[in-house]
Design a protein around this ligand. Structure first.
Ligand code: KG4
Ligand code: ZN
Length: 345
């Protein structure tokens, strides 16, 4: 029997992406990032939906072409059902439903957060996937959480942010420094040449494994406002040190709770996922912890950290093997929880 070929579609925020997977192996992974939001300092939902509508067909066509397959070879369509921006999701959901109907193949809904985590199972010569159970620090622009992953589709959130997500903190602090959106990768880059101990910012004191990042943002804002009064070029003159210090603060906050969770739950298989898992300081700190504490660590390939359709295709593949299909009457779910029962048929 020939191997299953699945098309995955991702449109939850500002990246229109399509990927083809064949037996856990990615044949193509195309993304069209919407530059239009840069000038607004954040994602503008209406513009995002419109850009998805423009991009979706060319992106899907390119994914098929690059995978060197034909539409008729596709065995199923996987799509992001949520969570995300409703207008953005609607474009991907409607397109996936129509294509599944016209090709007469099963439709498979995918939870975007599960997908970030299950991206670890994409086949790659240099990567060994984690065994269950493992802890996954899932950090993106919209979410920050420690997830206990017991099985592919059995996940429990044991801690999460009570306000801003880690990526959101990077982006909002970047705005204070007058950096473009998304500021996370820019701060990472500028921090390379900075002294991370140059400035210290307040850290939250929260119970258990929960996070808070709005205090860090406010602390940076007040500090910068005060310094700028004395020297209007303060940010420009100290940009590298500011970025390194902010990055260290955010990574320390993330790692402290992760360390506590790993110790309390006696789990030493630790993964990271989501856009912020691209951060070089988070990656190197995780490696230090691994050496110190004997953690077995799992760091996703760079291209599977920020939003991408390869991870959606991966989950669709796992569901296809388990015959978990979705009815064509499905609707987008902007608040789709990571452990919510799938509305499957
Ligand atoms: O997972 P993702 O692409 O989208 C969401 O599901 O939210 O994550 C995007 C977030 C943005 O906040 C972006 O600034 C952050 O990930 N990010 C980074 C880095 N690369 C992306 N943050 C820090 N360092 C990076 N290298
Ligand atoms: Zn994401």
């Amino acid at each position: 029997m020939s191997e299953t070929i699945i098309l995955g579609i991702e449109s939850s925020c500002d990246d229109t992406s399509a990927a083809i997977i064949k037996g856990n192996q990615i044949l193509s992974n195309i993304a069209d990032s919407q530059e239009i939001h840069n000038e607004y300092g954040g994602v503008v939902p209406e513009l995002a939906s419109r850009a998805h509508q423009q991009n979706i067909i060319p992106v899907v066509q390119k994914s098929i072409m690059e995978a060197n397959i034909q539409q008729k070879d596709i065995s199923a369509i996987g799509f992001t059902r949520g969570p995300g921006l409703l207008g953005s999701l609607l474009v991907g959901v409607s397109f996936a439903k129509s294509l599944a109907m016209s090709l007469n193949v099963p439709l498979i809904e995918v939870n975007h957060l599960q997908a970030h985590i299950l991206a670890h199972f994409i086949k790659d010569a240099n990567i060994v996937p984690p065994q269950f159970p493992f802890l996954c620090l899932t950090v993106s622009g919209g979410h920050t959480m420690i997830v206990l992953v017991k099985d592919y589709f059995d996940m429990e959130i044991i801690g999460k942010s009570i306000d801003d997500a880690a990526g959101e903190a990077f982006d909002k602090i970047g705005k204070i420094f007058d950096l473009d959106y998304p500021a996370g990768p820019i701060i990472d880059q500028l921090a390379q040449k900075g002294d991370e101990n140059a400035f210290t910012f307040g850290k939250p004191k929260l119970q258990e494994y929960n996070y808070s990042f709005s205090g860090v943002k406010t602390s940076v804002l007040y500090f910068v406002q005060k310094q700028v009064k004395a020297n209007e070029n303060f940010v420009q003159e100290n940009l590298h040190d500011l970025c390194a210090s902010v990055q260290k603060t955010i990574v320390d906050i993330l790692m402290n709770k992760l360390k506590k969770a790993a110790k309390d739950l006696k789990i030493n298989r630790i993964a990271i996922a989501g856009g912020v898992s691209a951060n070089s300081k988070l990656r190197s700190t995780l490696e230090e912890y691994s050496a110190k504490l004997g953690w077995e660590i799992f760091i996703p390939k760079f291209e599977y950290t920020t939003d991408n359709a390869a991870m959606i295709a991966m989950v669709a593949q796992l569901k296809y093997e388990r015959k978990i299909f979705t009815d064509l009457s499905v609707t987008a779910s902007s608040r789709y929880e990571i452990n919510e029962d799938d509305l499957t048929m």
